[in-house]
Unconditional design. Sequence first.
Length: 322
Amino acid sequence: MDEDLEARLRAALADTGTDPGIDTDELVGLGCDLADAGHQRQALTCFQRAVALGSQWVWFNVGNTLRELQRPTEAVEAYHQAIAAGETDAWLNLGHVLEGLGDLAGAMDAYRGAAVRGEQPEGYVQLAHLLHEQGEPEQAGAALARAVESGYLPAVALAARWRWERTRDTTDPVLEEQLRAGAGVDGSARADLAALLLARGRRSEALEQLQLGAKLGQRECWLPLGNLLAGDDLAGADPPGGPGGLGDHEPAAGGSELVDEVAAEEAYRAGIAAGDAWCHHNLALLLLERGDVRGAEAHLLAGAAAGDELAQQAWQDLHRED
């Protein structure tokens, strides 16, 4: 802890809390600074003292800090206290914690609270995700539509992604527009946009979109970028849609000018570094084509360890006796 934070904390803790003139805003500010610096326990002390001095809305900060400290049950209670004090921003975080605890019904109620009482469109988005996962696509779509109506771009992106996933309609006149609108806030929407452009024969535009997404730090773009650079005509947004067997990269017709295996390898490695474990499988296939069996094995094992069934199957295929 730096000297300034330590001095401020020492002064705050030295105060008995009996002076009615104590500045609770200063306590909250100190707590936020401590939390930002990673000192969650000391931040919690400041927030709890502010609550004790009458600032009930600070229960929201208490809940956030308890969540960071991996104390979700206590965080739930703190968020309820914050909501009772009129802090409507707490609804959304309450939903996240309840979802993590497996209380999906409670989480959906909290997300509805965030959307309706807190006027946060993200509440509708999170509610839509849960309804979709529970096999309620119509209800999910209705919830998402409420957020789309407000112009909330993450909702626009998700709605377009679901539409593309459901229809794969390359003739849809509005789908490209919707995916473009969401691409700036959702890497998966940009990857889907690239897949749509590719399906329409606009490979150069697809490449440009994926390169832009990669530059912007959108992890979801690295895998389809590598696929496209490797000449794989299945380049798309869905990880399971990648190459399904050993050595089955097939350059798409008319796309040879876009094939660059060195750049493809760099894209896959960048995806791995960004946390996309699916890239291990596709990088392994590229290495196998070059005869680097040992390198391919390492990546297939890494992908399998991360839960990629394609990597597991490819590793088994590689070692299956004729």
